[in-house]
Design a protein around this ligand. Structure first.
Ligand code: NDP
Length: 494
């Protein structure tokens, strides 16, 4: 494995000017500017938190600070919800869909125009490779606004009654793994349906949500239609508990999802939860193996494995298990880990110290329980949070690494003999978000898809997303769908 190291990706100390540029790779300099401090986005403008509290967001690849971010307290959340309510009552809730659509199109176009800026900022704040933020996160975020712009004036044909109505104010809490994309997944359908929004980004990745707020200003979105309250978990808790919120949409851990379920129970608020997963990626002996190897790698190492639908449990048919293991290791040895702003990087930084500790802890549990750990020779950068791509073989279903969501670049390999055994093992999880099937037989794909208890089943591919395709899980992976016609339902009442 080559390791280009961190090069000059570190972030320069803030200069005396009003804003400052990070000192990254030369081609990305001047692409994104980061202000020394950011306020909350409430009522169409950036304002400080009422009690003046702030926190620092850092670059996880270098541990250098990027900016100071306002931490919203209950009073700020209240102000944001009131602002959203006012905008709903005065303008957005009454605006014809064809007019709302124009704003959504405008946001989508601006996202495309400022795509490089968003991609660089996302990679700086999150640690993900620029190749992914450039080719996946940002284009998909724009696609979500385009897609939902198309729905805004056609809601009466969406199958939710002749004149579906918006719910009011949506309180939306998102995680750090796809900060911009998750913001788009939440905002676009809510706005298309005529709701106003208060969005709470994750503490470690607030920057692209704040840039998106700036895009809302640029698009001339009426003040208060979108509000962004940055802060930690307590800000999210205040938002979901606020009595002025009509709809709660959450993506994150199952644990916090359960807390939110308890908070919302009995309040009449509509709720969707998109939670964790422990997906099985099932490879049969008749699968096109070269493609399957690529799909396994994408399934677990895309975004450092910080993906709720990651194919973290690889189930390989016993007759090809040795061959798959060998080819997989050879392919993993070619992955490049290092500077997220280098276009050749495949694996970037782990998003936070806390997440790195969790990955280390679960991997150590794998060792202790008797699985065999393998990583390619790989020198990790000195600064920042890094974990090498890792495969555990000799894993049994009872091991923690086969049961718990690691949310990192760690794959657990198990084997099976028959399709029935594959289904039993794949479904042996409290989660139900996603699964993958690799086989050349169409009939077997359908047979498996009918039996796998997962919201999404990919066949001969993995981690494919499209705004027109509903995404979501059941059991401990949550409920409700995002994307497609089904995703609109969460934001409408008949
Ligand atoms: P969380 O579920 O804690 O975070 C998701 C979002 O919820 C963040 O914005 C967070 O704020 C906010 N939040 C935290 N506590 C509350 C609360 N009580 N009420 C309302 N909102 C709250 O995930 P973590 O970031 O802590 O990650 C922990 C684990 O969760 C990971 O290791 C991974 O296994 C899993 N995870 C799964 C995701 C998925 O998409 N399925 C996404 C992210 C994590 P803040 O960031 O400030 O804590």
């Amino acid at each position: 494995m080559s390791n280009p190291g961190q090069g000059s990706q570190g972030v320069a100390a803030p200069s005396a000017g009003p804003g400052w540029e990070y000192a990254a790779a030369p081609e990305s300099r001047e692409i994104a500017t980061i202000a020394p401090a950011y306020g909350l986005f409430i009522g169409g403008e950036f304002v400080p938190a009422q009690d003046g509290r702030r926190f620092t967001t850092i670059n996880p690849a270098s541990e250098q600070p990027l900016s100071e971010i306002a931490a919203a307290g209950p009073a700020d959340v209240d102000r944001a919800v009131r602002s959203a309510r006012g905008a709903f009552d005065r303008v957005w809730g009454r605006m014809p869909g064809r007019e709302r659509a124009k704003y959504l199109y405008r946001i989508a176009r601006i996202l495309q125009e400022r795509a490089r800026e968003f991609a660089v900022l996302e990679s700086l704040d999150n640690g993900k490779p620029i190749r992914e933020s450039r080719d996946v996160d940002v284009p998909l975020a724009a696609a979500h606004f385009f897609y939902h712009a198309g729905w805004a004036d056609k809601l009466e044909y969406a199958g939710f009654g002749p004149s579906p109505r918006p719910l009011g104010v949506a309180g939306q809490v998102i995680p750090w793994n796809f900060p911009l994309l998750m913001a788009a997944w939440k905002l676009a359908p809510a706005l298309a349906a005529g709701n106003t929004c208060v969005l709470k980004p994750a503490e470690t990745t607030p920057l692209t949500a704040l840039l998106l707020a700036e895009v809302c200003q640029q698009a001339g979105l009426p003040p208060g239609v979108v509000n962004v309250v940055t802060g930690a978990g307590d800000t999210g808790a205040a938002l979901v508990a606020h009595p002025g919120v009509n709809k709660v949409a959450f993506t994150g851990s199952t644990e916090v999802g359960k807390q939110i379920l308890r908070t919302v129970a009995g309040t009449g608020k509509k709720l969707t939860l998109e939670l964790g997963g422990k997906a099985a990626n099932v490879v049969f002996d008749d699968a096109p193996l070269d493609q399957a190897i690529e799909g396994i790698v994408t399934g677990i190492f895309f975004n450092q494995g910080h993906v709720c639908c990651a194919g973290s449990r690889l189930l390989v048919q016993e007759s090809v298990a040795d061959m798959v293991t060998e080819r997989l290791k050879r392919r993993i040895g070619m992955l490049r880990l290092g500077d997220p702003l280098d276009k050749n990087t495949d694996i970037g930084a782990i998003n936070s110290r806390q997440q790195l500790d969790k990955i280390r802890e679960l991997s150590s549990a794998g060792d202790a329980e008797g699985a065999q750990r393998w990583s390619p020779p790989c020198e990790l950068p000195d600064k920042g949070y890094w974990f090498p791509p890792t495969v555990f073989t000799g894993v049994s279903q009872s091991h923690r690494i086969a049961r718990e969501e690691i949310f990192g670049p760690v794959l657990s390999l198990l084997t099976f003999r028959t399709p029935e055994e594959a289904v039993t093992k794949a479904n042996n999880t409290p989660y139900g978000l996603s699964a993958g099937v690799w086989t050349e037989k169409g009939s077997r794909i359908l047979w498996m898809a009918q039996r796998l208890r997962a919201g999404v089943v990919w066949a001969n591919t993995y981690n494919r997303f499209d705004p027109a395709s509903p995404f979501g899980g059941y059991r401990e992976s949550g409920f409700g769908r995002e994307g497609g016609r089904h995703g609109l339902e969460a934001y409408l009442s008949p």
